[in-house]
Every structure is written in structure tokens, then in C-alpha cells.
Design a protein around this ligand. Structure first.
Ligand code: NAG
Ligand code: NAG
Ligand code: NAG
Ligand code: FE2
Length: 659
């Protein structure tokens, strides 16, 4: 009997090899000899399928093919040459094609076992040989991917010393690592702001900020510069800015925010009052209690300040969301006045800037770092440690973990470490960051990872539709593989997956610690994919758009918060902003972090074929059609908007947390 073998080499730089590749087929009725693959082209080239007659001959049929063993060997004088194998397809004597996904690098002296591609849960694998390899695969992954505690009280992460020590399977491609330098000089050079890095003066003219800002603008950042002082735009950003996560409908004022009807009546529609509007659901609150009393930073040898404000907003008859009262700190009192839109121009503007600076901390640390990046890492780690490649959930989730481990490792080293550039420019330094993250995790709820609901909200509209598309897809896949709750309960690998996430990620809070129903799996897995794709895009992609104009995004404040009204001028506002070199540093970070990389993979695109059966493949196609339709609709809507909301347009959403 003769088996034909076709090998596909990955389409990544240096994937090919001139070395020898040997293969052994193992079936239910026996195994072949280890056979040298013959390739007409003399080597295995990047992005190509091997050609020619690569056959494995056996005296009798091997039965049903279960797995193959692949080995790469250096050929005589050729140097060792790593090889990235995508997949191997074997045509049986009966003419069936059997696929073995690989998607990994092979080195010399390592035999790699690849299982046949049909997705199998742990109890589907009845052959002792398959069970044995399933366990061995997990054992070796658990050695390779170890949990580590970066800071007490926040999700655990991958243990690694440097980006190059990360397992090759999760590292950036050569292309991505050359074009993505996370360092200061890179962004500053692109923004042509290098000359300002030693300039620790304060800003003295708005005109100067404009000049610096103009070196690189986007359509949206230009809009922000023009409208940043307007109340309606200030309100709009809570719904459709880079952090649409804080605003809550308010039916009763918090006790520490004593806003009276007299104070705000002038800003409501005629004939109504605060109590009535609270009841109608037209009053909203942004509360930054989480920032209260955090230690603050010293920058350029100067003490910095951080508000923990409360901001009340009103949705008027035109559906505009307008701020109507701001208190800069949590404890009410004579030295903590409630600022109103009727205060003099600069008092009110500065109060709004204090809220924007609180938004910056909340956005970057809670919404972006914790809830998108760190959680995505936890999901990636649990997937790698507890699910073998043949598990349906591995096939479903692994494309949504691309680059996450490396980007997070780099962020810990160069952004949020004690000397990291983010730590250096933010109002709260290292100690503040770690306290803030702990508070954020301990107040995080499972339901808040699924979607909120507020009016006139493109984030909510687009996000909900994306959630539903992902949910239908996940439901199709999960229900295909789990036909009853009983099967969920007895899948020990699935149970260890959620257990690892519960223990190492959520530190034994907030989420289920086991699954008993199919629908629980569907909801949780939807959340995992949504978090790493759509949610991350919503809080990541607009960083430069909304953040580059520093007055709209004062990531640190250099003057004490005002304790009375009537004392703020244009000058005090400028003196409150970060120094010039700190400002350009921030612009550079936002620039680097919101660029689209050239090997971007959009949501729902699966260049790697982990699933080969017809049901999951059809579900993927169906989801892709829906995503395309949604992209068209969002683009049409955006064309009608003065300020478009592009961040959740599916073709702009990356499949994983990769930046
Ligand atoms: C920053 O990245 C660029 C581009 O990769 C590199 O050439 C440069 O040496 C890096 N600089 C530092 C200080 O690491
Ligand atoms: C800002 O400039 C001062 C003085 O030249 C320098 O000591 C400091 O390191 C600079 N800060 C940054 C973040 O570039
Ligand atoms: C206003 O500012 C001046 C000078 O900085 C200060 O002396 C005064 O106490 C301030 N007044 C109030 C009410 O804060
Ligand atoms: Fe990000």
C-alpha cells in the first residue's frame, strides 16, 4: 500500500528548510517505517506545498490513520535550518485525504507527533496511543508555559526572561518584530519630535502645542483638537471615545456628591428638575472612586497630582450628553467645590480636564491593560496549558491568542515597569499603578465583561452586533461538539481550562470555576473571543486619535487640583499640562500603540486550518459573511457622521490582542 504525503511550509520569513524531513505514519492497524520525504524542488520553501512523489510504502494497510511522527534532520554539510511546518496532508490508498495540522517550528533531534485533525474531546480518544500523546503534549506545554506572579493581586502571566526566551510558537514574526519597536526613540522619530526629548520646560502657549501636534494628525485627532473644549464633545467621549466603559445611568445621587436641584436646574430642559430627570433615566454618572488616594509620581523632579472625580451628565432632548456638575475629589467639603458649566470659562475647563486625566488612568490601566491585555494573556495561557491541539476549544481559540504573550511581555518590560515609559509619564507612578490594578481586579465582575447599555452609543451598537455574531458562531461550534450538559461535565480538559483561568487569572473571584452546562461554555468562550478582539480594539485603536491632543488627554497634572473657584486662567491651564518632553513622550506612545501592523489578521480570519471538518468550516464561512455585512453597514453609517466611529468595524478589528 502506498500513502502520498504533501507537506505545506509556513508563509513566514525563514520558514523553509533544505534539511531532510522524515515521517512515520501510525494507524489503528500498524505503523510505517520512518521514511525520508522526497521533494522535487530539493527543499521545503516558504509558503509552498511540497511537490513530486513523496510516498510512504507499507506492506499492508495501516487502518485508520491516527497520528504521524515528523522529524527534521540536518543533511550532511548543510547547517541546521529551523523549519516552520504548517500542515501535512496524507492521501491513503483508498484516495481519502487525511490532514495533520502542525503550525510550529521544528528543530533537529526532536520528533514531533501530529494528531489527525478531527476535533476530539478527551473521552473521544479511546486508543491508548492517542491518549498517551494527548497527555504528553500537555505535560510538555505545561513545562514550556509556566505561570508567574508579576505583582500580587493582579492576574498571573507567562514566566519569561526576555522576548527571545518566549517559546517560538508565540513569538512575533520576523516582520512584526522588525517593524514594531516599543521604544521611545522610534515613535518620536516617526512623529519628528526627537528635538524635544530634553526639553523639560512647561508649555506657555496653546499655539506651541498645536505646532508639535501638527507633525502627525489623523482625521479624528484633528477633530479632537478643534472641539476638545465643547461640553457636547466631552460628553460624547464617554460613549464613543477610547474608553466607553465608565459611564453608568444614575437613578440616585451618591451621598458623597451633594449636587442640588438649584445648582443644575439652569442646564436642564425648561420645566423639569433633577429629581424628575433622575427618574426618567436621563442622568448619568462617571465615578472615579478607584483613583482615590493613590500615591502620585514625581516627574522632572516635580510632584504630580491626580483627581478622583465624580462627573454628572444629562442627556437632553436632542440626545446630547452634557456634563452638568463635576466634583474633583470623593469627599465633599468647602475645599472640594462642585464645578458647574456656569462657572467662569477656565474653572469649568480645568474641572473637565481633571476628569479627562482620571479617564486616562482608568482607561489605560483598567480598561486597556487589565481587562483586555492581562485577561487575554490568562486565556491564552490556560488554552496552551490545558488543551491539546486536537481539542475543539484549542482549535477555536488559539488564533485569538496570536502575539498576546509577547506584546504583554514587552509591555511589562518597557511600559509599566518601574522605569517603563508609561510609568514615567503618568500622574500615578509605579506604586499607584500597582494599587490601582489590584483595586480594578477586585471590583471586576463577569457581567461587566459582557456588554453595557446606554443610548446613542456606537460602541454599544456595533459592540452588541459583534457580540451576537461571535456568540452565534461559538454556539454553533460548541453545540456541535457538546450535545449535552453531561458531556461538558465529563470533559476533564475543558474543566481544567476554566479552573486555571479562575485560579491564576481571576484569583478565585468573579467567574465560574467549573462548567456544568453547554450554555455556560458558550457565554464564557464568546466573552474570551470578544475581549481579545472587539473589546481590545475599542479601547486600543483610538489612542492616538483621542489622546494625541494633550489638553484632551492630560495623562499627568503638574499643579495641585483647584480647591476654589475663580482662580484659574489660561496660564494655570498650561502650567497644569505635562512638561514638553513628557508630552511628546506620551504622543509617541499613543502613536506606536495605535498603528496597524502589516501582518494584521482581522476578526474571523483564520489563515491556519485547525478545523478541517465540514460543520466548523461552514460555521466559519457563515460568520465571515456576517462580519463582512456588518463592515459594510458600519462604513455606510460612518460616511454620514461628522465624527465617524471606526473602531468596531469588523475589518478593522484584530483577531487577537497583538498590540
Ligand atoms: C529602538 O528601536 C529601533 C528600531 O528597531 C532600534 O534601531 C533602536 O536601536 C532602538 N533603540 C533603543 C534605545 O532600544
Ligand atoms: C525630560 O528632560 C529632562 C531634562 O533634560 C530629562 O532629565 C528627562 O529625562 C526628560 N524626560 C523624558 C521622559 O524624556
Ligand atoms: C488664588 O491664587 C492665589 C495665588 O496663587 C492664592 O494666593 C489664593 O489663595 C488663591 N485663592 C483661592 C481662593 O484659592
Ligand atoms: Fe493594546
Amino acid at each position: 500500500t502506498v500513502y502520498q504525503v504533501h507537506v505545506t511550509t509556513g508563509d513566514v520569513l525563514y520558514a523553509g528548510t533544505m534539511n531532510n524531513v522524515l515521517i512515520k505514519l501510525v494507524g489503528t492497524d500498524g505503523e510505517s517505517d520512518q521514511t525520508l520525504l522526497y521533494n522535487k524542488k530539493g527543499g521545503f520553501y516558504q509558503g509552498s506545498v511540497s511537490e513530486g512523489n513523496s510516498s510512504v510504502k507499507c506492506p499492508v494497510s495501516l487502518g485508520k490513520l491516527v497520528l504521524i511522527e515528523v522529524e527534521k534532520q540536518k543533511y550532511s554539510i548543510f547547517p541546521e535550518d529551523d523549519w516552520f511546518c504548517s500542515k501535512i496532508a496524507v492521501t491513503t490508498p483508498d484516495g481519502d485525504s487525511v490532514s495533520f495540522p502542525c503550525y510550529r517550528w521544528l528543530w533537529d533531534r526532536e520528533k514531533v507527533v501530529l494528531m489527525e485533525s478531527t476535533a476530539k474531546r478527551v473521552f473521544d480518544d479511546s486508543l491508548p496511543l492517542a491518549q498517551y500523546h494527548r497527555e504528553k503534549e500537555l505535560q510538555s506545554r505545561q513545562m514550556e508555559y509556566r505561570w508567574s506572579v508579576y505583582m500580587e493581586g493582579i492576574p498571573q502571566c507567562l514566566k519569561a526572561d526576555s522576548p527571545t526566551s518566549l517559546p517560538a510558537a508565540v513569538r512575533f514574526s520576523f516582520k512584526k518584530s522588525t517593524e514594531f519597536a516599543f521604544n521611545n526613540s522610534y515613535g518620536l522619530a516617526e512623529l519628528k519630535l526627537k528635538d524635544f526629548t530634553e526639553c523639560k520646560q512647561q508649555w506657555t502657549k496653546m499655539e506651541d502645542i498645536k505646532r508639535v501636534f501638527c507633525t502627525k494628525r489623523t482625521e479624528i485627532s484633528a477633530y479632537v483638537q478643534e472641539h476638545w473644549k465643547e461640553d457636547a464633545f466631552f460628553g460624547y467621549q464617554f460613549l464613543n471615545g477610547v474608553n466607553p466603559m465608565v459611564i453608568k445611568r444614575c437613578s440616585k445621587l451618591p451621598r458623597n456628591f451633594p449636587v442640588t436641584d438649584d445648582m443644575v436646574r439652569p442646564f436642564l430642559e425648561p420645566g423639569t428638575c433633577l429629581a424628575a430627570e433622575l427618574q426618567r433615566g436621563n442622568i448619568f454618572l462617571c465615578d472615579y472612586k478607584i483613583l482615590e488616594g493613590l500615591p502620585t509620581n514625581a516627574i522632572n523632579q516635580k510632584q504630580q497630582y491626580q483627581a478622583a472625580p465624580l462627573c454628572l451628565l444629562y442627556k437632553n432632548a436632542e440626545d446630547k450628553l452634557l456634563p452638568i456638575a463635576i466634583q474633583l475629589n470623593q469627599q465633599p467639603g468647602d475645599l472640594n467645590p462642585i464645578f458647574l458649566p456656569s462657572d467662569c470659562e477656565h474653572d469649568w475647563l480645568l474641572a473637565k480636564m481633571c476628569v479627562r486625566s482620571a479617564e486616562f488612568c482608568e482607561h489605560q490601566l483598567n480598561s486597556h491593560l487589565l481587562r483586555a491585555h492581562l485577561l487575554a494573556e490568562v486565556f491564552a495561557m490556560a488554552t496552551l496549558r490545558t488543551l491539546p491541539m486536537v481539542h475543539p476549544l484549542y482549535k477555536l481559540l488559539i488564533p485569538h491568542t496570536r502575539y498576546t504573550l509577547q506584546i504583554n511581555h514587552m509591555a511589562r518590560q518597557v511600559l509599566i515597569s518601574e522605569t517603563g515609559s508609561f510609568t514615567q509619564i503618568s500622574s500615578i507612578g509605579g506604586a499607584g499603578i500597582s494599587l490601582m490594578l489590584k483595586r480594578a481586579l477586585s471590583s471586576l465582575t463577569y457581567s461587566s465583561l459582557c456588554l453595557p447599555s446606554v443610548p446613542n452609543f456606537y460602541y454599544r451598537d456595533d459592540g452588541l452586533r459583534l457580540w451576537n455574531i461571535i456568540n452565534k458562531f461559538v454556539q454553533g461550534i460548541v453545540c456541535h461538539y457538546y450535545s449535552s450538559d453531561m458531556e461538558v461535565q465529563k470533559d476533564s480538559e475543558l474543566q481544567s481550562w476554566i479552573r486555571e483561568i479562575f485560579v491564576h487569572g481571576f484569583l478565585e473571584r468573579s467567574i465560574p470555576q467549573s462548567f456544568s452546562k453547554v450554555e455556560e461554555v458558550v457565554k464564557f468562550v464568546t466573552m474570551v473571543i470578544f475581549t481579545g478582539s472587539a473589546q481590545h480594539a475599542a479601547v486600543n485603536s483610538g489612542q492616538f486619535d483621542f489622546g494625541a491632543w494633550i489638553p484632551n488627554n492630560p495623562f499627568t497634572m503638574q499643579r495641585p487640583l483647584p480647591t476654589a473657584k475663580g482662580n484659574t486662567s489660561q496660564n494655570t491651564i498650561l502650567q497644569t499640562l505635562p512638561d514638553i518632553n513628557i508630552s511628546v513622550q506620551g504622543m509617541s506612545i499613543f502613536w506606536v500603540l495605535s498603528r496597524t501592523s502589516s501582518d494584521f489578521v482581522a476578526l474571523g480570519v483564520y489563515p491556519e486550518e485547525y478545523f478541517t471538518e465540514s460543520v466548523p468550516c461552514k460555521l466559519i464561512k457563515k460568520m465571515q459573511r456576517k462580519l463582512k455585512g456588518l463592515s459594510e453597514e458600519i462604513k455606510e453609517r460612518n460616511a454620514e457622521l461628522k465624527l465617524p466611529y471606526p473602531y468596531l468595524c469588523p475589518e478593522e478589528v484584530e483577531n487577537s490582542v497583538a498590540i
